[in-house]
Design a protein around this ligand. Structure first.
Ligand code: ZN
Length: 221
């Protein structure tokens, strides 16, 4: 249906959630990730985005160790299926239970440890805009061919919801154009994916929402 409309599948979102306190649960997350990779391959999606996971109460370092181990375990499956994996660092507000990978540095270190052409990073401005190492880490990722995806939206100073109150480009404080410049200088030539999780915008007239996305994309990204 998508292809009939001239649309291309960029990625399947999402795999991940590797850490768990019990080893049986870590094992079943590997099975689940292999299933998701197969699903991506069946759809013809070239990539799976990873929301890596975290366990409340478990140290973030231990969770990152389990994440690295989990990705290492499923990478051969991804390579065999021809599906790339992209670690999406999440804003530290999600460190308790959604991802222990919160910076480009941490994501890059996992890529560096595992060294696979099938593993890279999904850079989402919402999650990483505040990081003083962002420009340098984007350059490092570009030099190593780790830039797999670029997601844009905006960070509003006042948010009603931690997940679903993202702003249209220009509604918040992210210097999207500047970051896009870093991304392009680092060699990324893929899509700029507009990703606006928003209860507010989802309840509006969707044609009007789409028109606002197009306008804000032109003006602010
Ligand atoms: Zn994203």
């Amino acid at each position: 249906m998508l292809r009939e409309q001239g649309l291309e599948i960029v990625s399947l979102c999402r795999g991940g959630f590797f850490p768990a306190s019990e080893s049986a649960a870590r094992q079943s997350s590997l099975d689940e990730n292999r299933r998701i990779i197969d699903e991506a391959a069946a759809l013809g999606a070239p990539m799976v985005v990873l929301v890596c996971g975290a366990v409340p109460g478990q140290s973030l370092a231990e969770s990152r160790r389990q994440i690295t181990e989990g990705i290492a375990a499923v990478l051969p499956h991804a390579a065999a299926a021809g599906v790339r994996l992209a670690i999406e660092p999440l804003h530290p507000q999600y460190a308790a239970d959604r991802s222990a990978v919160n910076t480009m540095t941490q994501a890059g270190d996992i890529c560096a440890a595992l060294r696979s052409p099938w593993l890279g990073i999904a850079v989402d401005v919402y999650h990483v805009w505040w990081d003083d190492r962002l420009e340098a880490e984007i350059a490092r990722a570009g030099a190593n061919n780790w830039l797999h995806a670029f997601h844009i939206c905006d960070w509003k100073a006042q948010q009603a919801d931690m997940l679903n109150d993202r702003g249209l480009m220009g509604e918040g404080c992210i210097r999207i154009r500047e970051i896009r410049g870093w991304i392009e200088r680092a060699g990324f030539s893929g899509f700029n994916e507009v990703e606006i999780f928003s209860n507010k915008h989802w309840t509006r007239d969707q044609d009007a929402f789409l028109a606002d996305i197009l306008r804000s994309y032109q003006e602010h990204s």
